[in-house]
Design a protein around this ligand. Sequence first.
Ligand SMILES: Nc1nc2c(ncn2[C@@H]2O[C@H](COP(=O)(O)OP(=O)(O)OP(=O)(O)O)[C@@H](O)[C@H]2O)c(=O)[nH]1
Ligand SMILES: [Zn+2]
Length: 225
Amino acid sequence: MCDKHLHDEMGDDHMSANLETPLRADAFELSAEEKVEKIEADFRNIMETLGLDLTDDSLKGTPKRVAKMFVKEIFGGLLPERKPGMSTFENKYNYNQMLVEKDIVVYSTCEHHFLPIVGRAHVGYISKGKVIGLSKMNRIVEYYAKRPQVQERLTMQIVKAMQDALGTDDVACIIDAKHLCVNSRGIKDIESSTVTAEFGGAFKESEQLRKEFISYIGMKTPFNV
Ligand SMILES: Nc1nc2c(ncn2[C@@H]2O[C@H](COP(=O)(O)OP(=O)(O)OP(=O)(O)O)[C@@H](O)[C@H]2O)c(=O)[nH]1
Ligand SMILES: [Zn+2]
C-alpha cells in the first residue's frame, strides 16, 4: 500500500509505517459484496477439503455465514469507511485532570491463528484544549479490534488515533486480553492473559501519571473464556 493511501486510511500524516495493519495496495479494489462472494467459495473449499458434507442442513449455510462474518463483522475494521467519527468539543470547563474510559470490552482476532482475542482496554488522556465524546473511545477500540491483530499493534493504533483526534500526545492505553490461540490450543494455558501498554507524552515522562492511570483502572482479570 502506498504511503498516501496508508495515511488516508489512518487519517494521519505522521504515522510510522510499522503501526499499520499490513494491507496490499489493492486491498479495497473489491467491494465488500465481492469479498463476501469470494470468501464464501474459499471457505466452501476448506470445508470440502475437510471432508464435510455441504449438503447437510446445518452445514450448507456456513460458507456464506463465515464470509459475511469475516467481511462485515470480525474484520469490518479493515474497511476505512468504518472508522468512527471522533467528535471532539472545546474544553470550556477547563477540566485538566486525567480522563479514563476503563473496562472497554475487546473482541479481536489473532492474526497468526485467526482465533479470538477477548479482554478489556483502558484508555486515558489529558486534555490540551479538546475533549472527546466518551463513546468515541469505545468506538475507536472496536474499530481497530475488528481486524486481524497482534495486541501490541492494536494498543498503539488506539493511542495514535486518540492523539490525532485530540491534538495531544498525552494518551495512554492498557489492554489485558486472553488469546484463545494460547488458551485453547497449542500450550493450552487457560489462565494466562497478555497485558500491553502504550504511554504517550506526559504518560511516558511521568511515573506518577502512569501510577494514577493504573490506580483508576484497577486491573481486573479479562473475561473468563
Ligand atoms: N507478540 C504477539 N504474539 C502473538 C499474539 N497473538 C498470538 N501470538 C503468538 O504468535 C506465535 C506464532 O508462533 P508460531 O510458532 O509460528 O505458531 P504455532 O506453531 O502455532 O505456535 P504455538 O502457539 O506455540 O503452538 C505464537 O507464539 C502465539 O502465541 C500477539 O498479539 N502478539
Ligand atoms: Zn494466535
